[in-house]
Design a protein. Sequence first.
Length: 313
Amino acid sequence: MRAFVFPGQGAQTVGMGKALADAYPAAKAIFEEVDDALDQDLSGLIWEGDIADLTLTSNAQPALMATSLAVIHALKAEGVEVSATSYVAGHSLGEYSALAAAGALSVVDAARLLRARGAAMQDAVPVGVGAMAALLGLDFDAVKEVAAEAAQGEVCDVANDNDPSQVVVSGDKAAVERAIEIAKEKGAKRGLLLPVSAPFHCSLMAPAARAMTRHLDAADIAAPVVPLVANVIAAPVTDPAEIRKLLVDQITGSVRWRESVAYMAAQGVTEMYEIGAGKALSGMVKRIDRSVATQAVITQDDVIAVAAAINQG
């Protein structure tokens, strides 16, 4: 069994997807479709722009989705359909990429929802008020205790349970800074502030969740061709109404990536393909379950090799 997994914010690089778009007309068409949907030359920014502009939340989110969908359409050109997998899953915004890949969202709707999501998340908390930090070397339960101790009347929530040795906290800047110090006292190897523009996946994002409720209520969501293993429940979902609710819950809820990967492995998934940009998820998967083979699918060579392996198997 295999799964396709889709990266989240932080994986973006200038030039991502360009060679694939040059090689596959279907991949190029995805970038053009996203450009039209957003009335923006986003592909120009992705391929030739400044990394600081690309990293802006409202640009990075649809850009990463476009890159992932370009890979999906390159794979389709080589004869691989998403239905050849057992599950799809995405890390944070990658959940939208996963849903679009699995036919639950159109590319246009995914692009517009991610543009709205990025803007809503940025607007929810004034710049400088919130922060996120990765705590390395402590497990989820230990970090949960650290976050509770660090809050002191402010917000400090567990945002991402990425793997057994990497858990991210999010909330008010002072509380997150306290969490770093407390974590070090409790034996964490490192605690580092993340270069993000807002404190994602915590209760401070409640205004963004309300905004996305309106956008998602208006979106056309279908049942995906294979189940989505959803971030906030670490379990499969196919019902459009439940998907809609979970996408709202995800704004303030934890990304339960460790449990999501463990769930898929427990169901018999032995291969996970990281679709789009970067190799961060592949590293996490290896730290969660070394028996699961991983492959990042980024270049044309990757696409051809993966298509050959899937079509033969």
